[in-house]
Design a protein around this ligand. Structure first.
Ligand SMILES: CC(=O)SCCNC(=O)CCNC(=O)[C@H](O)C(C)(C)COP(=O)(O)OP(=O)(O)OC[C@H]1O[C@@H](n2cnc3c(N)ncnc32)[C@H](O)[C@@H]1OP(=O)(O)O
Ligand SMILES: O=C([O-])CC(=O)C(=O)O
Length: 371
């Protein structure tokens, strides 16, 4: 049996949610550029789940449904309070909190389509509340309830900071949420699909996916990008720092991609936002050093910046704690995971590939006392 390391290039399923063709990303056939410039995150979630755009009434009622489901059970808050919040990573807290949410959902194990869609709404609504509640509790503040008249992006910022956000902040988060919403068969989405293909429940699929997203080769890279930029500190240190990393055979976070060879089409939107926001906050050095790194890695290694690279300086400019960057990615990617989970259930078959055995053979068992 021949193997393809990391399943590179293997077509593992059919899907009509998102596509990457010739380095262009579409959601249900709509180009990501058009959606990012014109759409709302709520509209994109509706699109991914229903595989069509909503009309005005549908979008209003979907938006209301999301907001009205944002509150989380007080037991989840109590649970978050029981952690040592100074050491727990928010992605670990999120992974556990989502699993715990399932225990408070009376429909958690209902496997029919309408129950699964209702759970998807509840999960998408509540994740923003879980992340912001965690962030506030560890700062010694009480969680803030969502406001009915705010969009999903605005509510995220409102629940995080406890005050009405500026338009430019809402625009940045709305765009970032759209850009991260779905990405074909990335590692965390594949994880979710493998999990639910056993006919396990939605909460299990999402919990598994959070675990996969957390890793630094996937969603965890955005936090590490900011760590790297902070270590670099000043623009003039950027290239010596990067050259040393490459000499030591270390990977540069936010660079490279399994599918994109010439460029990640999401990065340019984040790059533009990074330029605007870092200028606005008088911290353009983060943007400038990022550009130097991007150009250098492109010319030296032929690797493009991926979605995680410029999102780091965008979120930093919004004053967001660095370890919340991956949870923000998760908030957005919930929509894609849920779309894929629903699609997997629709046409399910157990996902069970083979392994090529390369271990020893014909071993003779030696009794314990003789070893
Ligand atoms: C949302 C997302 O998940 S986007 C990805 C986020 N992850 C990151 O930004 C982490 C940094 N990037 C990487 O580790 C990789 O580029 C991945 C994981 C994204 C893709 O990995 P793969 O397709 O498996 O590529 P692989 O790791 O085999 O790299 C191929 C070659 O490019 C090099 N390379 C790939 N990425 C990088 C990088 N970021 N920095 C330096 N070298 C790199 C590898 O060292 C390898 O070189 P070699 O052939 O000389 O050994
Ligand atoms: O598709 C991938 O491998 C990783 C990625 O960019 C994403 O999940 O957004």
């Amino acid at each position: 049996m021949s193997t393809t390391k990391g399943l590179e290039g293997v077509i593992a399923t059919e899907s009509s949610i998102s596509s990457i063709i010739d380095d262009q990303l579409t959601y249900v056939g709509y180009g990501i550029d058009e959606l990012t410039e014109n759409s709302s995150f709520e509209e994109v979630v509706f699109l991914l789940w229903n595989k069509r755009l909503p009309n005005k009434d549908e979008l209003n009622s979907f938006t209301n449904e999301l907001v009205s489901n944002m509150e989380i059970p007080s037991e989840i808050i109590d649970h978050l309070k029981s952690y040592d919040l100074t050491t727990v990573h928010p992605m670990a807290a999120l992974r556990t909190a989502v699993s715990l949410l399932g225990l408070f959902d009376s429909e958690a194990d209902e496997m029919n389509e309408s129950a699964n869609v209702r759970k998807a709404v509840r999960l998408q609504a509540k994740i923003a509340t879980v992340v912001t509640a965690f962030a506030r509790l560890r700062d010694g503040k009480e969680p803030v309830s969502p406001k009915n008249d705010l969009s999903y992006a605005a509510n995220f910022l409102y629940m995080l900071n406890g005050k009405d956000p500026e338009d430019i902040e809402v625009e940045a988060i709305n765009k970032a949420l759209i850009l991260h919403a779905d990405h074909e068969l990335n590692a965390s989405t594949f994880t979710a699909r493998v999990c639910v293909a056993t006919l396990s429940d939605v909460y299990s699929g999402i919990t598994a996916a959070i675990g996969a997203l957390k890793g630094p080769l996937h969603g965890g890279a955005n936090e590490r990008v900011m760590k790297m930029l902070s270590e670099i500190g000043e623009v003039e240190n950027a290239l010596p720092y990067i050259k040393e990393k490459l000499e030591n055979k270390e990977k540069i976070m936010g660079m490279g991609h399994r599918v994109y060879r010439n460029g990640d089409p999401r990065a340019k939107h984040l790059k533009k936002m990074s330029k605007e926001l870092t200028n606005l906050t008088g911290q353009s050095k983060w943007y400038e050093m990022s550009v130097q790194i991007e150009d250098y890695i492109k010319s030296e290694k032929g690797l493009p910046a991926n979605v995680d690279f410029y999102s780091a300086s965008v979120y930093h400019s919004l004053g967001i704690d660095h370890d919340l960057f991956t949870p923000i990615f998760a908030i957005s990617r919930f929509s894609g995971w849920l779309a894929h989970i629903l699609e997997q259930y629709e046409n399910n078959r157990l996902i069970r590939p083979r392994a090529s055995y390369v271990g020893p053979s014909h071993q003779k068992y030696v009794p314990l006392e003789k070893r």
